[in-house]
Design a protein around this ligand. Sequence first.
Ligand SMILES: C[S@@+](CC[C@H](N)C(=O)[O-])C[C@H]1O[C@@H](n2cnc3c(N)ncnc32)[C@H](O)[C@@H]1O
Length: 217
Amino acid sequence: MLDFLQKLLRRGGSPRSPRAVALSEIRSSFEAAAGDEQHFPSTIDPRIYHVQLIARYFGDMNSRLALDAGSGKGRFARVLQDLNPQARIVTLDLALAMLAHAKAPLLPCCGTLTQYPFPDHTFDFVYATESLEHAVDIERAVAELTRVLKPGGKLVIIDKNIEHWGRLETPHWETWFDRRNMEALLARQCRHVSSDFISYWEDVPPDGLFLAWKAEK
Ligand SMILES: C[S@@+](CC[C@H](N)C(=O)[O-])C[C@H]1O[C@@H](n2cnc3c(N)ncnc32)[C@H](O)[C@@H]1O
């Protein structure tokens, strides 16, 4: 598997577009943030609905290949790996200091959400939790998420609702999302697109900040 990833990575070049300037700023910010365990934790309580929702929607992930896009320290991937010991889960992130926490059997990969070093139709499952908001070129990032998903594969995006913009402090590059616009972007490549408001705990009514989009290719 590592050979497979290394071969794929060799295809990528260094970014040269003007957007690369912004990318380097975002990368430095998250390299530094990796030391802040309070705001960027390396673990998540497996009972939290954000991770439960992904686990339940994906079902049996054993012997299948999954991508955690913008994985940070891999806290979601670790829970899914524990539930599915035979799954292969690639944790992709821009920041090496974040990826340093994503230990085997997770498969860490340094890369960007807007240009994956993977061929079309690589993954059975793809998910992105609070990472798409940093992708800047959102249309391209959603196209990449769906491009690398296999036909029949399942995708989850969990991120913040534009209607609550201003509620938290955000870096200047961050984007929050309109529920229906994101559904429309996903519907370009996927079917059975749906979205729900969610909260951390299943028995606590959602306050509207977090949305979860689900789709099948
Ligand atoms: C708020 S953290 C969320 C991490 C993880 N998904 C979680 O929920 O714990 C956002 C992550 O996205 C990563 N990120 C930001 N922009 C990225 C990009 N363009 N490509 C890949 N990763 C990116 C950051 O390095 C950071 O680890």
